[in-house]
Each structure stands twice: as C-alpha cells, then as structure tokens.
Design a protein around this ligand. Structure first.
Ligand SMILES: *[C@@H]1O[C@H](CO)[C@@H](O)[C@H](O)[C@H]1NC(C)=O
Length: 295
C-alpha cells in the first residue's frame, strides 16, 4: 500500500520524459467533446456556459499535458499526465480508461477537461500497449479480455497510484487523491477502492462500470458517485443501487434516462452532449466536495 509506506523514491521531475507537450486553452466546456487534435499548441475556444453551482472558483484554464514512463522494470508503464497550469488546486485524480485505452481521444479529451478545472490527472495505459480496437471482430473480445490479466492490471494501477502519491502527496502538494473510471475502468474503480481501504483515495466516480464485484463493496471506505444510463446492458442500474446501499457514506447513484453505455465521455448525439455536460458537472462538484472542501 503506497499510502501507508510512504516510500520516498519520488522520481525527480527532471527524470520525467516529456515525449510530447501540448497546451490547451479552453474557456468553457461547451462543444469540447466534439473537438479533437488539440496537440501541438493548438488553442481551442468555445462559448461560455454556466458550470454548476458552488464551483465557479475553478475556471477552465490552461493545461499542460505530458506523456510519461512510470514504474521500473516489469512495472514500467506509459501514462499521460495533465496538469492545470495557472489554477492548479494540488489535488490528484487517477483516471482509469475504458477498453480503448489511455490514448483514445475521447478519454484524453475528458482527462484534460478535468485538469483544466484545476486538477492533476494521470491516465495510465491499463493494457500494456494492446487496447481493444474498434475494427477487431467482436468474437475476439473475450479472448482479448482474457489476455489482460486482472492481477497485472491491478498491479499497473498500484504503480500509477504510488507514482501519484510520490509526486503529489509525499511532496506535500496534496493530501487527497480521487479516482474516476469509465466502463472497464469504472469497474476497476471498485476493485481499487476495496483494496485501498481509504488509504490513498478519498473519493471516487464510477461511470457505467463493467464487471463490478458486488462482494468488494463492503470493503470500500469512501463515498462513490455512480453515473450511468438506464439503457445500458453492460451496467444494469439495479446493481448500482446495491453498491450505493452497501458502500453508504454518502454514495450516490445518478441515472440518465434513455442513455446507453459510454454517453458521458463518448456522447454520440446533440441530446447526449447535453447529458454528458450535466454528468461532467456532477462529477466536478463531487470531486470538488471530496478533494477540496474540508481537505
Ligand atoms: C467515509 O468517507 C470518508 C472519506 O470521504 C472516510 O474518511 C471515512 O472513513 C468513511 N467512513 C466510513 C464509515 O467508511
């Protein structure tokens, strides 16, 4: 447990590998989900839009993104780190991707949208360079999934967590870490929190998690916000209310009517955009309350 041992092997910032730097300026969060290709200093603008209540202090500002190589030897993995530049609030958020991996543009867009509101967001490669790809034949899916050893995935998440602790917590920048995940990653959020027992992570958001282990729920020590659609075969909402009850501690389930899998980070229509926006605001308020208020 990295948070208990407080290992002091923090990597000096000079050793981090800045493989590609890119800056993003986004004034608000309207239309961001439809934009892409923000690398290479391109600036993105969109019209102003109200963003929830109580968090106006966290404006969307400049983000610094860098690709990292973290962990050593067999533990070595790739990751993206997105850091708020001007408005950095010191809080770290670990983002666990869906099956399409850490380099997928929808996931990357979402991660830096979180970062632009003040956070340091780490998005690790959970699949060791072999994410699921859209063009692959569906019957191969189970085989692909079976090749992603759950123990190896858990270990890579632990490597990421330890990196964040060394980088943010031990350095005194932040006392608290949050964790969020989509689909595959949303299910892993549950496993991580059950193993963590409240040591590293103090709040969590699970978006339409898959393969979630209800037996793990009773071990979770921090409140979890579950966001899902009621038209999602991969994440039945009945199970979410069970999680909410067992975890307790202020946990909450928010269901979007008529929405299917992945609507919040991969909206496919104008109607979905509106709900995705609302889901983002809910998540933002949740992180704000869990990581910044009373910290
Ligand atoms: C509730 O969550 C907080 C973190 O937000 C944690 O410190 C506390 O121990 C939790 N309480 C229980 C009973 O799990």
């Amino acid at each position: 447990m990295p948070c208990q041992k407080r290992l002091s092997s923090a990597l000096p910032s000079s050793l981090l590998l800045p493989l590609n730097f890119f800056y993003v300026q986004s004034k608000c969060n309207l239309n961001w989900k439809r934009s892409s290709g923000k690398k290479g200093g391109e600036r993105v603008r969109c019209s102003a839009v109200g963003v929830g209540v109580g968090v106006e202090d966290e404006a969307c500002e400049l983000v610094n993104g860098v690709e990292l190589s973290i962990g050593e030897g067999d533990d070595n993995i790739q990751a993206y780190l997105f850091k708020a530049v001007k408005n950095n609030n010191g809080a770290g958020v670990l983002l666990l991707s869906d099956i399409f991996g850490f380099q997928d543009s929808a996931t990357r867009d979402f991660a830096y949208q979180v970062a632009c509101h003040g956070y340091n967001v780490l998005v690790p490669d959970l699949f060791r360079g072999d994410p699921w790809e859209k063009g692959r034949p569906k019957p191969m899916f189970e085989q692909w999934l079976a090749s992603q050893d759950p123990q190896r995935v858990a270990n890579d998440i632990a490597t990421s967590t330890k990196w964040m602790v060394d980088e943010f917590r031990a350095a005194g920048i932040s006392k608290k870490l949050g964790i969020i995940g989509f689909c595959f990653g949303g299910g892993r959020v549950i496993d991580v929190l059950a193993a963590d027992q409240g040591a590293c992570f103090s709040t969590a958001v699970s978006f339409y998690g898959t393969r979630m282990d209800l037996a793990a729920a009773s071990k979770i020590k921090v409140p979890v916000l579950f966001i899902s659609g009621d038209d999602d075969l991969l994440c039945p909402i009945g199970v979410l209310s069970k999680f909410e009850k067992i975890i307790g501690n202020g946990s909450r389930v928010v269901i979007f009517k008529g929405r299917g899998h992945a609507f919040a980070h991969r909206p496919g229509s104008t109607e979905e955009d509106a709900d995705a926006e609302q889901a983002f605001t809910l998540m933002r308020n949740w992180l704000h309350d869990g990581l910044l208020v009373n910290s």
